[in-house]
Every structure is written in C-alpha cells, then in structure tokens.
Design a protein. Structure first.
Length: 414
C-alpha cells in the first residue's frame, strides 16, 4: 500500500474502497474519520479474515461526505452496486433492512427486510440493505419529521395518529394532491441518494417562490425543512434570508436584469511560474455548491499569461455547458480588473453566449462591469460586496489548494 496515499487521507467522514492489484474492489466501509479508520487496518491487530484481506490491498479510493450519516447511506449504496467479496454481511439482502417506497398513487414509505411479504405488494424504489436497523429507524423517523409521508398500506376512513402529530399529510382525507405528495417522495429520494445540496437548493428555490407569491406560511414550512436538514448534516451555513438579501442587493448594485441565484467565479493560479492551474467555484443562493466546483490544468499555453489562461478555462467551461445543453449561471465573477473582464466578455460573445460578467480587483475592491469606464465601489458594509468577496475568496482558496496538489505531485515525479 502506497504510504504517501495513506498520509494524504483526510480526517473527515466518508467511505473508503479497498482494491487489489487488478483494480477489483475488495471491501467498502464507512468511517467518521477516514484517516483513522483506514490507518487502523495497517497499524492495529486485526482478525484473521481482515489480515487476509489486508494482504491483498494494493490501492484505495475514498469519498468524503458531509457527515457520518451520509457516509452510511453511501456505503450501503456502493456495496449493493459493487458486491465486494469481503462485505459478506451485506451480500444477503434477506438479512438486513431496506427503506421501501411503494408504487401507489400516494406511495407508502416503510421499513422492510428482504423476506418481508410486503415487498410483493409492489415496490417502486428501495434503498439498502443497511447493516444497522436501529440507525435506519432513526433515519426514517427524522425523514418523517422533516417531510411527512404515508405509512399505512390501506388508506383508512379516519385520520390516524400520524396526521394529528403532523407527520403525515393525510391523503386519506384528501388533504394533499397526488402531485404535491409525489413532490414529497422526490425530496425523500434525493435525501436517501445523498444528494443533500440538490435537495436544499431545490427547497430554497421553492421557499423564495412561495415568499414572492406572499404565501408566507407555506414558505415558513419549507424554511423549517431546510433548517432541519442543515442541522441533521451538522453544517454551519449562512442564513438563507441573509443570502437572499445579498443577492437582491447585488442585482441592484450591478444593474442586473434578474436576481443572481447561480454564480460562478474563476481564479487562475500560477505561483512561481509552474504547475499553472485554475479553479471555478459555484454558489447557489449564496452558498457553496461543491458538487459543481471545477479544476483546470492549463493546456493551451506554457507562458505565464493570466489573460490566455483565463480565456482557455472560460472557453472550456462554457463550451461544454453549451454542447451538453446544461443550465448557464446567472452571473460570472472574475478575479482581476478591466483587462480580465474584457477577455472573458469577448470570449463569451464569440461562443454566442450572453451572460452577466463582472470582475473585482483586490487592491481597492473595485468592481468592473462591461460598458462602464469607472469601476463601482460599494460600501464596506454592503451585503452585495460581502457576497462577491466571499465567492472570490473561495475561488482563490480552491485554486491555491489545487496548485499545491500539482506542485507536490510534480516534486514526487522529479
């Protein structure tokens, strides 16, 4: 096992994947600390079975998650998908519980084992198997408290206790439409698939839409769901209302047509003239959307030229979005001055894309916008400036981290 790779494992929750010399997956596990758990296989006494497996380990992959809860869900999904030989406990679907979603008009959500007769009534989706039934019951309880769902296999004539406790939307009473109920089911599926950012982004968009329609009570209900999800994953995120205010202020300050919900920012890193690279970060509703972060190794030029490098990565990014017909951002932020802004604006025009672009110069925090000679200087306490700075700084941090990785790799290869 490569000692350098072991040393680089982060002290974060996630899933680890052991492989043999041929790249075949031997074992998949989850951990609250990847670093400590993986190292334990090679530094602490193990059972005879684990010793045999460890002797075959030649490589490993790992997946960092937001929390240990998400790591457990990812572990179960990956084991079911790959069926590693040393995950024997998971290979028997009949022994461990599943979360099932029925195929009714108002789908039932329930906990079952592979031997359950209930599985024969019609399952639309299922998740698992999971090794820990207690954890699964707690997870399902939390899902029910956040979203509410039907668990009765036959709709009763009278509302049950779950309705009185506000844990079921009561399709039996006609309190919810099929369309709205299936929206709840889709949210539960996103949660179980580990797509936490997609789910929160979706709910945030819905909250703002309801607020704009003056449906404040419904918007508050969605806000409570977002807060509960954020608390479950133990993340310290900025206030959603504050993020919304920042984006509204930014729209006014820059004279944008629409409020910028999706913002992408670029930073080029070419310290000491080697390992030139660039990064792009994506923010949605004022929060980092790390699933959409991108890294670029500069290919088109060997010279230290910020303009050419910036032109290259912008071309690669948006040409791909155009070709794959993917959504474009509402605003692009460039780290730099008027020159960098013009380079990006001209390139986007050549690609046939009309996007709002601004650049921010670090020295005086001046903001340049197209077709305006004098830069904008926002007040130091401006929410719009704080949003731009936060996104710019994150792009710079991400670019530096990638640059350091490339330099280390280059030194090891030398």
């Amino acid at each position: 096992m490569d000692k350098a790779k072991l040393a680089g494992i982060p002290d974060l929750p996630g899933v680890y994947i052991f492989k043999d010399k041929q790249g075949n997956i031997l074992y998949i596990g989850k951990a609250g600390s990847l670093k400590k758990r993986v190292r334990s296989y090679f530094t602490q006494p193990q059972s005879f079975k684990i010793q045999i497996m460890s002797s075959k380990i030649a490589d490993l992959d790992y997946l960092v998650t937001k929390s240990e809860v998400q790591a457990r869900l990812e572990e179960a999904r990956l084991i079911k998908q790959n069926l590693p030989p040393y995950n024997t406990a998971f290979r028997d679907d009949k022994s461990f519980p599943l979360i099932c979603i029925g195929n009714q008009a108002f789908p039932v959500v329930w906990l079952a084992r592979g031997t359950s007769r209930r599985l024969k009534i019609g399952v639309w989706r299922y998740f698992g198997p999971f090794p820990n039934a207690t954890f699964l019951r707690e997870a399902l309880k939390s899902i029910r408290q956040i979203f509410g769902f039907r668990s009765c296999f036959k709709l009763p004539k009278r509302p049950c206790l779950y309705y009185r406790l506000k844990l079921c939307p009561a399709p039996c009473l006609g309190k919810i439409s099929i369309k709205n109920y299936k929206e709840i089911i889709r949210n539960i599926i996103l949660f179980l698939e580990g797509k936490r950012d997609d789910l929160i982004n979706k709910l945030t968009s819905k909250m703002h839409k309801l607020a704009n329609q003056n449906k404040f009570e419904e918007a508050a209900g969605v806000r409570n769901q977002i807060q509960a999800l954020s608390s479950m994953f133990q993340e310290d995120i900025p206030s959603l209302s504050e993020s919304y205010r920042e984006s509204v202020e930014l729209k006014k300050a820059l004279g944008l047509v629409t409020r910028p919900r999706r913002i992408e920012a670029f930073d080029v890193s070419c310290i000491f003239g080697s390992s030139a690279s660039a990064s792009m970060v994506s923010f949605y509703e004022g929060r980092p959307d790390k699933n959409n972060y991108r890294r670029f190794r500069i290919k088109g030029t060997s010279e230290i030229n910020d303009y050419q490098m910036l032109e290259e990565v912008v071309t690669r990014r948006y040409l791909r979005l155009i070709n794959e017909q993917l959504p474009l951002p509402d605003l692009i932020i460039i780290d730099g001055g008027k020159g960098q802004l013009n380079i990006v604006k001209n390139k986007l025009e050549k690609l046939g894309v009309r996007l709002s672009v601004v650049s921010i110069a670090k020295q005086k925090e001046e903001i340049f916008i197209p077709h305006r000679k004098v830069p904008i200087r926002l007040k130091p306490n401006s929410p719009a400036l704080h949003l731009i700075q936060r996104i710019r700084d994150e792009a710079h941090r991400f670019a530096l981290a990638y640059h350091r990785t490339l330099r280390k790799k280059r030194m090891l290869e030398a």
